[in-house]
Design a protein around this ligand. Structure first.
Ligand code: SF4
Length: 300
């Protein structure tokens, strides 16, 4: 009997495949990226904030005092940002981030202490989206913060509420259609999600910089998302896998005015040149797997 093909995808991989299959192939099949020095500063600062906030909310769940947990969070950011293997942000940029994280924790302190019952921090998950005799499609992810929200007074309460931290330098529209957000709700079996926005602007006041934006998803919306995702994976992703062909999508080369990190490769003539550049100018990144701490039994 032949073994079933396991396809494991998370929202980041899905987004990348939908953006450009060739880009997905470079990053997730060949595991090639530009060296850290080229990493977008916004992404780097976002990762540092996540690490610090993970410490903060873990300690909140353990009942540690505000002073201790905020100090531990800032220390984590300082430690990572001073390691050139972990971060390429300048000290001034890190200072702005540290201040923003500290102010955000302070701004939400009362709500966090009185309303949040921490269930999990940076919790990986995986569930089976589709399965037949040949293939099993597993969707994975990692939720920044999962908590029960205990509403006080006239505020409603929510169980198993996913909370996603997002740093931002420029205000932008929050899209409900985000694969990441719907995936979190599908995994947590929640119809609600909160985006915890942390502004890095120096000129805005706290109300403008630190917003917790709620999004709601009814069960039909989530079921439609799953159907659409299943069809995309079966019809498009598996075709690429079966043919070992990952087409380029030139309309995505300069998306949001940011040049794709593989442009130099795609903009070359001939497979030999492309392979040479890939070997010379790119490094081998660790395999992207947000579920590596999960056991097979934990896949729902
Ligand atoms: S440069 Fe364009 S075609 Fe090439 S991987 Fe990037 S988005 Fe795709």
């Amino acid at each position: 009997m032949t073994e079933k093909i396991n396809i494991v995808l998370d929202a980041s991989k899905i987004d990348l495949f939908e953006t450009c299959p060739a880009r997905y192939n470079f990053r997730h099949n060949l595991n090639k990226t530009l060296p850290l020095i080229h990493k977008a500063k916004a992404l780097d600062l976002g990762s540092l904030a996540h690490e610090g906030l993970a410490v903060y909310y873990k300690l909140l769940g353990e009942g540690i005092s505000y002073a201790e947990r905020s100090e531990a969070a800032l220390m984590k950011i300082r430690e990572l940002s001073s390691n050139p293997k972990e971060s390429n942000s300048e000290p001034e940029e890190v200072e702005v981030l540290l201040k923003a994280v500290e102010q955000s924790c302070d701004y939400w302190r009362a709500e966090d202490e009185n309303c949040l019952e921490i269930l999990a921090v940076e919790q990986p998950f995986a569930y089976v989206l589709f399965e037949d005799d040949i293939v099993r499609i597993i969707i994975s992810g990692k939720i920044d913060l999962l908590a029960n929200f205990i509403g006080i007074g006239r505020n409603a309460s929510y169980e198993r509420l996913p909370i996603d931290h997002k740093t931002f330098s420029r205000d932008s529209v929050l899209l409900r259609k985000s694969n990441q957000f719907i995936n979190y709700c599908a995994a947590a079996e929640s119809n609600y999600l909160v985006v915890n926005r942390i502004g890095l602007q120096k000129t805005l006041n706290a109300e403008e910089k630190f917003k917790r934006l709620p999004l709601s998803y009814d069960p039909i919306y989530i079921a439609d998302w799953k159907d659409n995702l299943r069809m995309m994976i079966l019809n498009e992703y598996l075709t690429c896998v079966a043919n070992e062909v990952w087409p380029e999508k030139p309309t995505s080369c300069n998306k949001f005015n940011r040049l794709c990190e593989y442009y130099d490769i795609c903009d070359s003539s001939g497979q030999d040149v492309k392979e040479l550049k890939l070997e010379r100018n790119y490094v081998t990144a660790p395999e992207w797997d947000v579920t590596k701490l999960l056991t097979a039994e934990e896949v729902k």
